[in-house]
Design a binder for this molecule. Sequence first.
Ligand SMILES: [Zn+2]
Length: 431
Amino acid sequence: MFDLIIRNANLPDGRQGFDIGLKDGIIATIEKRIDAVAGEEIDATGRLASPPFCDPHFHMDATLSLGMPRMNVSGTLLEGIALWGELRPLLTKEALVERALRYCDLAVSQGLLFIRSHVDTSDPRLVTAEALIEVRERVAPYITLQLVAFPQDGYYRAPDGETSLKRALDMGLDIVGGIPHFERTMDDGRRSLEALCRIAAERGLPVDIHCDETDDPMSRHIETLAAETVRHGLQGRVAGSHLTSMHSMDNYYVSKLIPLMAEAEINVIPNPLINIMLQGRHDTYPKRRGMTRVRELMAAGLNVSFGQDCTMDPWYSMGSADMLEVGHMAIHVAQMGGIEDKKKIFEALTINSARTMGLDGYGLEVGCKADLIVLQAADVIEALRLKPTRLAVVKGGKVISRSAPRIGELFLDGRPTSIDPGRDYVPKEPS
Ligand SMILES: [Zn+2]
């Protein structure tokens, strides 16, 4: 007797038509045909079941604040920073909690159940940290929320940057953040990384740095971050977010940098939507893409996962909590359109992110936690192409969200009367 059986599902590794039996919060079996009953059954009808999506880089204190107190007219990073500066003194705990919970509702409906959010600690009131700690507790039954103490205005540059970050960690934030390229000088940035990695080592915490989010080919903070990671024995527990300057760096230098990053087991988190939108703004033409070297980093064995960064906030007016939108953009910007490339991009949105976030029991395998999603697509490649409806979202063996499949009706003489984009257009297997 199972709590829930998903019938006739395709699996992310390409196997087709399997039943998945969930019991006591665990994936108990995956086999061709489960001859048993369950409290509830879902017929996946030959569509993809996947582990839920993970977003390893987000800003939940800013999300859904679009238009508050005004719109970003130019759409630039600088106006976004100025806008956040205007909004920050007006933030209240209640409003932050309400926005974050509303965002989490949307995330659940999109099958996004694991989120790492940076939390701006620049305002010494720390109302952001207070609010998101409450949100972390309230969403815990359905979303795993990790919180990064993020000195947005600079660890050294902001008047209370050092003390506020430490106080936020004392309050219970999970991860040490930083923004070395925003400190006053390259040397202040370097010193901030030394200090932040030391704090992480002393407190036994992971590190996640907004690192080299510029087009400056001479930005060198990722080198320092990798070296400090090794020096403090933090291998595998440190993430370099963005790393856009690597796009512009000298190739010879990068040939030395990537092995150093591999030695430090840096988790690489590009944010394709934001990076393509905000980088290269000083270029005329040709315009740089402002995305780090995804293919080369993956080839060197680094763990690459993608973040969404923003949804409807001062920096980015778009976004929909859809990690497939992020993967879709990654395929284009990183020019990874091959079959194996796309499979790697899907892994970056799921198992690689889970590794970045240090999640236990994640995956669509027997013995893993009973968390999964069913999509209106046949396989991972179709999922990336279509960004399809999440037909079912399962957490701990219980269905927590359902959506009807998107079926288009047609009223054309001599043509089909309905279209299922996730079934009628699946490429035929070559004969
Ligand atoms: Zn960010």
